[in-house]
Write a protein that binds this ligand. Structure first.
Ligand code: TYM
Length: 326
């Protein structure tokens, strides 16, 4: 069976972008692929973070993945730092990754701007660790949102460079994009993200979700209810596309471009669909929160299974590197 790897940072609060850009796709894909999903805590420490919250956020992120529908019967779900081979392979990959390649990563440039006081080696090596995550399991496919495509390109480059020097060990992974690879934030300025504070959380209470939707920016040219709008430049429409069926999208498209419906009508329709999809997730999360031992056990079992695969890959890697073994 073809193998998939993907990861998510333990921000503790998963937003709609993470959900429709990645996680919901993972849930579909776990029926067809051999799947490995990780809560990538070693990636999260590349920026300043509240140390006392990390463990809690990591567990919470694992819990949300299960609430969204990942199943330990179908997928391996684990915490990155529980499989130390990720960082071991990342070090080895550092030696075949050209500095120029990581310097030109847009995410590195953005983060370097956001965290001027702490532009550390880890921030720069972030996509090298990401390559190690994927290639440790020799995964051929990586389901991610659009913002990660450049990093997957780099993982192909890393695999090529490694293979050219040491022999044919790694596949060149391909990204798999979901039907909503880039969800915009409620500010309408940029992609939805935790750090920009323009997100709607998957586990947020309904009143909070509505308040964010109600006040969300739409097509800025649509000042009055009577102005026709353009769904193609409306961030709310990017979310609609992920949660509403075709007939509703056609209705909105017509209503918006003819000023037949107002933005609030459109948002109400979206709100109904969000409730339909998110309520069962929130309920499942509540159940799991009352039984975190189960979540811990899933992550523990997942790490055990992953360590076995990692061990085999690393033995091969150390051998082709020509390292001294006893
Ligand atoms: P992270 O934690 O930032 O995001 C997790 C996933 O959510 C997707 N995503 C979005 N998709 C659509 N619209 C948005 N607004 C949006 N925001 C986030 C991301 O593309 C991602 O798929 N570097 C990765 C984590 C990682 C990883 C890996 C992924 C570490 N190692 C190996 C794949 C393979 C990241 O920061 O994801």
């Amino acid at each position: 069976m073809k193998r998939i790897f993907s990861g998510i940072q333990p921000t503790g609060e998963i937003h709609l972008g993470n959900y429709v850009g990645a996680i919901r796709n993972w849930v579909y894909l776990q029926d067809e692929y051999d799947c490995v999903f990780s809560v990538v805590d070693y990636h999260a420490i590349t920026i300043e973070y509240p140390v006392e919250e990390m463990a809690k956020r990591t567990l919470e992120t694992g819990l949300i993945l299960l609430a969204c529908g990942l199943s330990p019967e179908k997928s391996k779900i684990f915490v990155q730092s529980h499989v130390p081979e990720h960082t071991e392979l990342a070090w080895i990959f550092n030696t075949v990754t050209p500095i120029g390649e990581v310097e030109r990563m847009t995410q590195f440039k953005d983060k370097a701007k956001q965290h001027r006081a702490n532009i550390n080696m880890g921030l720069m090596g972030y996509p090298v660790l990401q390559s190690a995550d994927i290639l440790l399991y020799k995964a051929g496919y990586v389901p991610v949102g659009e913002d990660q495509v450049q990093h997957i390109e780099l993982s192909r480059e890393v695999a090529r460079k490694f293979n050219a020097r040491f022999g044919d060990v790694f596949p060149e992974p391909q990204e798999i994009l979901s039907m909503a690879p880039r969800i915009l934030g409620v500010d309408g300025q940029a992609k939805m993200s935790k750090s920009l504070g323009n997100f709607i959380g998957v586990l947020e209470e309904e009143a909070g979700i509505w308040e964010k939707l109600r006040t969300a920016v739409t097509d800025v040219n649509r000042v009055h209810r009577t102005d026709p709008g353009d769904p193609n430049i409306c961030n709310i429409y990017t979310i609609h596309r992920a949660f509403s069926d075709n007939s509703m999208l056609i209705e909105i498209d017509k209503g918006c471009t003819s000023a037949g419906i107002g933005c609030i009508d459109c948002k109400k329709m979206l709100f109904e669909n969000l409730k339909k999809e998110l309520t069962p997730i929130r309920e499942k999360a509540r159940e799991l929160a009352a039984n975190t031992d189960y979540v811990k056990d899933v992550l523990h079992q997942g790490a055990g299974a992953c360590r076995k695969i990692a061990d085999v890959t690393m033995e091969e890697v150390r051998r082709v590197l020509g390292l001294y073994r006893t």
